[in-house]
Structures are given as structure tokens and as C-alpha cells.
Ligand binder design. Structure first.
Ligand code: ADP
Ligand code: MG
Length: 325
């Protein structure tokens, strides 16, 4: 490398203004020293993004910095945890200052939005890969978990589904759209917004929660498995954005049901809490849609508005279904 790893760290990764009181010692020693608040549990998650696997090689560096952090904050959101501390392990093929500058901007812009502080990491030479560790707090016993969904609970999702997958189709498969729709869908793919505030709002209400990183079918499937229940989902209820609809894809619902990378939350909730949940989320400006119900019958069942059973595996986008992470 034309400049040492210490130069890189100093130049790009110590630029954050956030100076949290619960950070005893941040970047610069052999380990960070952190002071978790009393009465809380520490929520910890790690995710790696590998060039060519998790993002196309030509993705802008700012988007990579944003997304590497966003996918981790999304995991904290799904637990109802408040982001606090971050670790960053970077493997870089070479030192490109413009790339590092853009990457750091994307990363810190999002970190700053939640006052989450980068407290350590590792910098090595190798194929481009970014590993972020995010740590956050949740009041003891209040974390949202995958188990706990009960028959009769409603199944809900925040925001809209399928936008990131549509963005990938636009980027890679030459699908065309109006420039406004294309920009919006690409933004969903490259700059996802983690549902952190929605995660807080669901504490004490949701019986189970997960973030949609691998697709609704796969991720709701994890809730069903952990809760030993099933679900019936109404495909006509799946929330689709106007931009997604404008593509008029033949298999729109299959894509919305199976494609990943939207980073919305999927959660379950008893009917008694529904009004309170909707009030809390609408106060945050977070759209939320009831898409079905938890059943005693195991497995994930799809039906349309007329009540017809549908098979997701028939005519689904195997391209995406086979392309889990
Ligand atoms: P060590 O050899 O003791 O592991 P390093 O030389 O790897 O220490 O790192 C020096 C300091 O810089 C440590 O505090 C480490 O946490 C921090 N650091 C290294 N790389 C990064 C990075 N990409 N982002 C933030 N902090 C980093
Ligand atoms: Mg090290």
C-alpha cells in the first residue's frame, strides 16, 4: 500500500464528530473500552459485504459505505435495539483515496444520523470486503425476537417490498423505467434505510420481528420456524411502491414475496395492539401493511384476495430464490 494502514485509519476513520459518553476509549488502542448502561442488554450483530457477491463491483463507494452500515443497523432495528457502537473491518485491494473518502462519507453520514460511534476495526489488504459490527442497547427483557408469534396474530410489513430487487433488475438486466422510477428503485437497492425508529416503537407490542434481508418468504419463514406456527399471506395485500408497479412486471408478487435487500421489518402482533402500533408507526411517518395472519397450520401459505391458494414456487423468480446470501 502506498500509505500505511495507520495513515488510512487516521485519515478516513477518525473523522467522526460523535463523542459518546459511554465510550471510555475509542479508536487507537488494542481494544475499545465501552460502558454499557445499567438495566440494558447489549445487542450485537455482524454482517459482511463482499464485492461481486453482496453488491455489484461498480457500486459507488458512498453507497457501499452506507449499505455496509445500514444492513447492520437493520438487524438492530429488528431487535428493537438502539444503535451505539460500531466496528469496521475493511479488506482493500489497494489504496484509492477518492474511494475511501466516498466510502467514509456514506458510512459516517448514516452513523451520525443515529449518533452511533465507530470505536475500532481492522484494515488489511485483500479482495474488497467490508465487515461491520454494530452494537446497541435494549432495555432488559424488551428485545424483539423471532419466536413468540401466536395463531391469530396479524402479520405486518413496513414500507414496500420488491423495490431493491427491481433496482437490481434495472442495474443488471437492462430493464427500463422512467428516470424518476429508476432513481427511486436504485436508491432502495444502494441506500436502504434501516427501520430503527420503527423497531423501538414495536417494543412491548410485537410478538415477533425480523428484518427482510433475504426476502419475505425466507425471513417470515424464520419467524414461523422459531415460533412453531404457520401463516397465510394475502398476495394482493403485499405493499408495492408506485415505482415498482410502473415496471408492470409479469411476476410482480413473486418478486415482492421472495426477493431480498429491502430491509423492511416483518413482524407479528395480536389484534389488541394493532391500533396502538399503527398510531406509533404513523407518528414516525412509517407506512405499515397487514399482509396476513399467523395460523396453527405450519408452513407459509399464499392466497389471493379471492381466497385462492397460490404456490410461490410455481413461476417464481428462481434467479432470486436461488440467490440467497
Ligand atoms: P492491533 O494491531 O492492535 O489489532 P490495529 O493496528 O489493527 O491494532 O488498529 C489500530 C487501531 O485502529 C485499533 O484501535 C483499531 O481498532 C483501529 N482500527 C483499525 N482499522 C480500523 C478501521 N477500519 N476503522 C476503525 N478503526 C480501525
Ligand atoms: Mg488489528
Amino acid at each position: 500500500m502506498s500509505c500505511s494502514e495507520f495513515d488510512i485509519i487516521r485519515r478516513y476513520f477518525t473523522r467522526q464528530r460523535t463523542d459518546r459518553e459511554d465510550v471510555g476509549l475509542g479508536i487507537g488502542d488494542d481494544a475499545a473500552l465501552l460502558l454499557p448502561p445499567a438495566g440494558h442488554e447489549l445487542a450485537l450483530t455482524v454482517d459482511t459485504l463482499v464485492a461481486g457477491v453482496h453488491f455489484p463491483e461498480d457500486t459507488p463507494a458512498m453507497a457501499i459505505g452506507h449499505k455496509a452500515l445500514a444492513v447492520n443497523l437493520s438487524d438492530l432495528a429488528a431487535m428493537g435495539a438502539e444503535p451505539a457502537w460500531l466496528g469496521l473491518a475493511l479488506s482493500l485491494p489497494n489504496v484509492e483515496h477518492a474511494w475511501l473518502d466516498d466510502f467514509a462519507q456514506g458510512f459516517f453520514h448514516l452513523a451520525q444520523a443515529y449518533e452511533a460511534q465507530l470505536v475500532g476495526g481492522d484494515t488489511t489488504r485483500g479482495p474488497l470486503s467490508i465487515t461491520v459490527q454494530a452494537m446497541g442497547f435494549v432495555p432488559r427483557g424488551q428485545a424483539l425476537r423471532r419466536h413468540g408469534a401466536q395463531p391469530g396474530d396479524g402479520v405486518f410489513v413496513t414500507g414496500t417490498l420488491g423495490d431493491a430487487a427491481a433496482g437490481l433488475l434495472l442495474r443488471q438486466d437492462g430493464l427500463s423505467a422512467s428516470s424518476a422510477a429508476a432513481a427511486a428503485l436504485l436508491e432502495r437497492l444502494e441506500m436502504p434505510t434501516p427501520r430503527v425508529e420503527a423497531g423501538f416503537a414495536l417494543r412491548g407490542l410485537a410478538s415477533a420481528a425480523i428484518d427482510i434481508s433475504d426476502g419475505l418468504a425466507a425471513d417470515l419463514g424464520h419467524i414461523l420456524q422459531a415460533s412453531t406456527v404457520g401463516a397465510v399471506i394475502d398476495i394482493d395485500a403485499l405493499p408495492l411502491s408506485a415505482e415498482f408497479r410502473s415496471l408492470a412486471l409479469a411476476e410482480a408478487w413473486q418478486l415482492a414475496a421472495s426477493a431480498g435487500d429491502d430491509y423492511e421489518l416483518c413482524f407479528t402482533l395480536p389484534a389488541t395492539y394493532e391500533a396502538e402500533m399503527l398510531a406509533r408507526l404513523s407518528a414516525l411517518g412509517c407506512a405499515c401493511t397487514r399482509i396476513g395472519e399467523i395460523s396453527v397450520d405450519k408452513g407459509l401459505h399464499w392466497r389471493d384476495g379471492a381466497g385462492n391458494q397460490l404456490d410461490l414456487s410455481l413461476g417464481g423468480y428462481e434467479h432470486f430464490a436461488a440467490e440467497g446470501k
